[in-house]
Write a protein that binds this ligand. Structure first.
Ligand code: BTN
Length: 338
């Protein structure tokens, strides 16, 4: 199926006004005035929206009210919920893709602008960190990749992964889950993974061309949607909340929050992000097993430095700086037990 790309259509504008109205009715007269359309034309657009799965209540002498948004992630659903200046203004929606990161990388390579976002309902080859795959069944979760063109030295690009982890964790907390960040960028609830971030970079030695920020969030997946070997390590927001999560609302909240943090990062640097990351982290203060490509060691996770590297006090007493790898929390030793 061809991707749907958005511009502000009349239907989107109507949805925007209705979303703004919340529980209140918006009169047909007000809508036709705002849009410069006849009342009949407004009614026809409302009918078209109903045909796309929107539930819009219409009451004579009161007007229209948006009751339910379809569980889809095209620009039509997301546009009216976004409060961003750039992020998500163009949504490249696909029913199915191998990987939103791959698609975004190709689009960016071909000149896509800062803030364009690729979303897929399903991924057939979702990519995780360190060559892993990301389970991406249809109709349940969020898989999206944002194209960013920040004015940033390439060495500072990894900071954006921490920016995204902060935004994701805050939005999950606001949705009622006790989410926390496990270094470097896993988002967990009760020690189980709910979201992951994969950042990919195109750069010269002194200049970033673009960054693709890929985020996968388990929103409505149930245990049977994960491969057997992951069931004991993964969860979803709906498993924790006990009710279905409206995907469009979550996605819009995430993009809105992400842009706020990206702006702050660009204006003030990494300091505020680092501070917030530390508040939201479950890794600091823990005894951990560190695995990198080259080595494995035990120690105590003390801090992250000004570039996001993890500082671990190794068992021998040295302070080790870990730039990339995985950490596993070690259970505290019970005295008397081996
Ligand atoms: C991780 O290993 O924790 C990172 C997972 C990142 C998954 C997301 S889903 C959307 C985007 N497209 C991909 O192929 N991967 C990222």
């Amino acid at each position: 199926m061809a991707p749907e790309t958005t511009e502000q259509t009349q239907e989107e504008l109507i949805l925007g006004f209705l979303a703004e109205g919340g529980e209140d009715f918006t009169s047909g007269e007000a809508l036709s005035g705002k849009l410069g359309l006849s009342r009949t034309a407004v009614w026809k657009h409302v009918e078209a929206l109903r045909g796309k799965g929107y539930r819009i209540e219409a009451v004579p002498a009161r007007g229209y009210r948006l009751v339910e948004v379809p569980d889809r992630l095209t620009g039509l659903e997301l546009g009216p919920l976004l409060a961003t200046h750039d992020l998500g203004h163009t949504i490249h929606y696909h029913d199915t893709l191998p990987s939103t990161n791959e698609r975004a990388f190709r689009l960016a390579h071909d000149g896509a602008e800062h803030g364009e976002v690729v979303v897929a309902d399903q991924q057939t080859a979702g990519k995780g960190r360190r060559g892993r795959t990301w389970t991406s069944p249809p109709g349940l979760n969020l898989y999206c990749s944002a194209i960013l063109r920040p004015d940033l030295a390439p060495q500072r690009a990894p900071e954006l992964t921490l920016v995204a982890a902060v935004a994701l964790t805050e939005v999950l907390r606001e949705a009622g889950a006790e989410a926390a960040i496990k270094w470097p960028n896993d988002v967990q609830i009760d020690g189980l993974k709910v979201a992951g971030i994969l950042t990919e970079l195109s750069a010269d030695p002194d200049r970033v061309h673009f960054i693709v920020l890929g985020m996968g969030v388990n929103l409505n997946a149930q245990p049977e949607h994960f491969p057997e070997e992951l069931r004991a390590q993964a969860t979803s927001l709906s498993q924790v909340r006990g009710q279905r999560v409206p995907r469009a609302l979550f996605t819009a909240n995430l993009l809105n929050r992400l842009e706020e943090w990206l702006d702050l990062h660009l204006e003030t640097g990494f300091v505020a992000v680092r501070q917030r990351w530390k508040e939201l982290s479950s890794t600091l203060g823990q005894d951990v097993l560190v695995r990198t490509d080259r080595r494995e060691f035990r120690g105590h996770a003390e801090d992250i430095d000004e570039s996001g590297a993890l500082l671990v006090r190794a068992e021998g007493g040295s302070l080790e700086r870990v730039l990339a790898g995985d950490v596993e929390r070690l259970r505290p030793r019970v005295p008397g037990k081996a």
